[in-house]
Write a protein that binds this ligand. Structure first.
Ligand SMILES: [Zn+2]
Length: 164
């Protein structure tokens, strides 16, 4: 398997090291993050979309959150249609995030181009590392699941012992 030593030559396509990120298409230095997810409580659901700016320390400054959709899965008998979500039953269901619904995108602020990225910790944890940022080292992050196969093909994944 490929270790760290085989990868120096992949030090990525950044011409301008002064900037955290320089878009190849439009020259912008700013990135934003889109995060959408669904939360569920019993048969009710709400889907949200959040948008934030990714700063140069790889932190997200959230500035917009909106509800995209909400509703009710009609899987249950009609007579349960009007159950109050807040619940009279003291131990009613709680709102939980549907992990399979989570979607993350990193895009150029100017041209909206999608930028591949990884995470500093497994399972989408820690900070976001865009593949085109100046300090990007693929083997130091965990690929966003959507890019996993492509990164595997490029030998960008961490050594096998730390893959998830
Ligand atoms: Zn751009």
């Amino acid at each position: 398997m490929v270790g760290v030593s085989g990868m120096e030559n992949r030090q990525v396509m950044n011409k301008d090291k002064k900037y955290f990120f320089t878009c190849e298409e439009c020259g912008s230095h700013e990135l934003y993050v889109e995060y959408s997810y669904t939360i569920r409580c019993g048969t009710y659901y709400e889907t949200y979309s959040e948008v934030g700016e990714l700063d140069h320390a790889h932190h997200i400054e959230w500035y917009d959150k909106g509800i995209v959709e909400s509703g009710h899965d009609n899987d249950y008998a009609d007579d349960e249609d009007d159950v109050d979500v807040e619940g009279d039953e003291s131990d009613g269901p709680e709102w939980v995030i549907d992990e399979e619904s989570e979607e993350w995108y990193v895009r150029c602020c100017c041209c909206d181009r999608e930028i591949e990225f990884g995470w500093s910790r497994p399972n989408r944890g820690g900070r976001i590392w865009p593949a085109e940022c100046a300090d990007f080292k693929p083997w130091r992050c965990f690929s966003e699941p959507r890019y996993y196969q492509e990164w595997k093909r490029r030998n960008w994944l961490r050594p096998p012992s730390t893959e998830y």
